[in-house]
Write a protein that binds this ligand. Structure first.
Ligand code: KG4
Length: 338
């Protein structure tokens, strides 16, 4: 009989459930929460309530699409953290209830591990996967890290942001321009029609492989403020150029350290993960850099870059094969590193 694993992801504002059979993805259902748009950012209490409303239909739909009955599940995997505690509690409690009800093992998954392993999501048995050790540029709304992935369990952070994450830089600058939340995808779309050399924003000078994005955010804010003093229509008249120049600066900052990490480690494979890895500029630049450095770039499908349960199921499957199950009284963790 197949090993069917159901996975639940509820760390932030996406309720997602996936089913994998013998390591092959059978379904991946995601309910994104629109309620936060009006507030310009995720409201934790509203996120928890939306997870509660979404979780039953999302889990039912994932099982239906996979054609798997719950009585045929071998284990339940779930995101333990990091994330919003209230949101994590909904997924954690649901996963525990289901594991108890079905009398099957429970598998806790670190959300960051899942992002770093997202290149192992297989939609077909013939899908290729990277070789360990590899580098993962993990860039999302809450993280900007360069991770050396030595095995499914062993990961080392080589560099990380000392202040804002890359996604925060996108979202906060988008807010300055009056774009809706989350701003990253809007900037990506508008940047395609703009001139990336038009505006210059400051870049950080940080030692080693660490990142910083707060200076860029301030520099962007000052450019817009000064532009508006001269011309009240500054934003509307320059929107694509502002977006293209901002995106180019963020990409340059990310890639500069990734290049150093490739040279320092001598790895042969590089992956990207997290919401910001959906960005066209990031994807193109990583592919070009890897070609130049003679290493293989693994660019994931966009659906697997943002929060999704397919990556949780995949990370959970690695643990299932090693019989690494967790006790039912394991609490969720809002803050946990790799
Ligand atoms: O991994 P993720 O879904 O969850 C969090 O960490 O919250 O990442 C969300 C982040 C947001 O900051 C969003 O603006 C950014 O990913 N993002 C993008 C794009 N798509 C999502 N940033 C730039 N370009 C995109 N196409």
């Amino acid at each position: 009989m197949s090993i069917n694993i159901l996975a639940i992801e509820s760390s932030c504002d996406d309720t997602s459930c996936a089913v994998i059979s013998d390591g092959i993805l059978k379904s991946n259902v995601i309910a994104s929460q629109k309620v936060h748009e009006a507030y310009g950012g995720v409201v934790p209490e509203l996120a928890s309530r939306a997870h509660q409303q979404n979780i039953v239909p999302v889990v039912s739909e994932a099982l239906r699409q996979a054609g798997v009955d719950k009585s045929d599940l071998a284990a339940i995997a779930y995101t333990r953290g990091p994330g919003l505690l209230g949101s994590l509690l909904v997924g954690t409690s649901f996963a525990k209830g289901m594991a108890i009800g079905l009398d099957i093992p429970l598998i806790d998954v670190n959300h960051l591990h899942a992002h770093a392993l997202s290149q192992f999501i297989k939609e077909d048995a013939s899908d290729e996967v990277p070789a360990f050790p590899f580098l993962c540029l993990l860039v999302s709304g809450g993280n900007s890290q360069i991770v050396l992935v030595k095995s499914p369990e062993e990961m080392q952070i080589l560099g990380q942001t000392i202040d804002d994450a890359a996604g925060e830089a996108f979202d906060k600058c988008a807010k300055v321009m009056g774009l809706p939340y989350p701003g990253g995808p809007h900037i990506d779309r508008l940047a395609a029609q703009g001139d990336p050399e038009r505006f210059k924003f400051s870049k950080p000078h940080i030692q080693g492989l660490d990142y910083s994005f707060s200076g860029l955010k301030t520099s962007f804010l000052y450019t817009v403020r000064d532009g508006l003093k001269e011309n009240p229509a500054f934003i509307e008249e320059n929107l694509p150029d502002l977006c293209a120049s901002l995106q180019k600066t963020i990409v340059d900052i990310l890639l500069n350290k990734l290049k150093k990490a490739i040279r320092q480690t001598g790895v042969k494979d590089v992956t990207i993960g997290g919401g910001v890895s959906a960005n066209s500029g990031v994807r193109d630049a990583v592919a070009k850099l890897c070609e130049k450095e003679n290493v293989k770039a693994w660019i994931p499908k966009r659906v697997f870059t943002t929060d999704n349960a397919a990556m949780v199921a995949t990370a959970g499957y690695f643990k299932y094969l090693k019989k690494e199950f967790c006790p039912l009284d394991l609490p969720p963790f809002a803050r946990v590193t790799l």
